[in-house]
Design a protein around this ligand. Structure first.
Ligand SMILES: [Zn+2]
Length: 201
């Protein structure tokens, strides 16, 4: 069985930026990635006073909308063994990508959130962009960060735990320099779990 991955842009997130990351992820995971139609920005979690959204409720509302979002396109080539129509089946892991800033209670801001039970995850590109830190824009760096964060979030949405291998995208990361240090790949055990679904928490 092939790994079924779906990615959904949220709100005004640039679909081309998401597609570029999806193409890279498809290559790394050696599977086709489904891009769904953009989801509207959830009202849940909106905190106008902070100019941010609370990640948990934001992701919950997106998860509820998922079934209504049509498939926009498929990125990457599915292996020949993939039966026709398989892409419409429920994904093993779905990732929402937003450009709004997210936070969780007791934090200034977060890169995203995970709902492992629902097989969905959320990442924000806001804190991956140099502009957020008042530095010169670097789209190549921002895309690499998005790909690494997506690999982490998709792995967690698939039910995998954090990894302690410094050469693995599932390594726990809490800061931007940590993300920059990680490679755009999984270690061998995580890769096996990711592709076979042999590990569930
Ligand atoms: Zn690993």
């Amino acid at each position: 069985m092939n790994l079924r991955i779906a990615i959904v842009p949220v709100g005004r997130m640039d679909p081309l930026e998401v597609e570029a990351a999806a193409a890279r992820i498809a290559k790394i995971l050696n599977t086709a990635v489904i891009l769904r139609q953009p989801a509207p920005v959830p009202k849940a979690g909106d905190d106008p006073a902070r100019g941010q959204h609370v990640a948990g409720p934001f992701l919950s509302e997106l998860r509820g909308q998922l079934a209504r979002l049509a498939i926009a396109k498929t990125v990457g080539v599915a292996p020949a063994s993939e039966p026709a129509g398989a892409t419409s089946a429920a994904a093993d892991a779905t990732l929402f990508v937003t450009d709004v800033d997210l936070y969780k209670p007791q934090t200034d801001g977060v890169f995203g959130d995970i709902d492992a039970a629902g097989h969905v995850a959320l990442v924000s590109v806001r804190r991956l962009r140099e502009a957020f830190y008042r530095r010169k824009a670097d789209p190549v760096k921002a895309r690499a960060r998005l790909v690494k964060l997506a690999l982490y979030a998709l792995g967690r949405a698939r039910g995998l735990p954090d990894c302690r291998d410094g050469g693995c995208a599932l390594l726990t990361t809490t800061s931007l320099p940590d993300i920059d240090m990680k490679p755009e790949k999984y270690c061998a055990p995580c890769w096996r779990r990711m592709t076979t679904g042999a590990y569930r928490i």
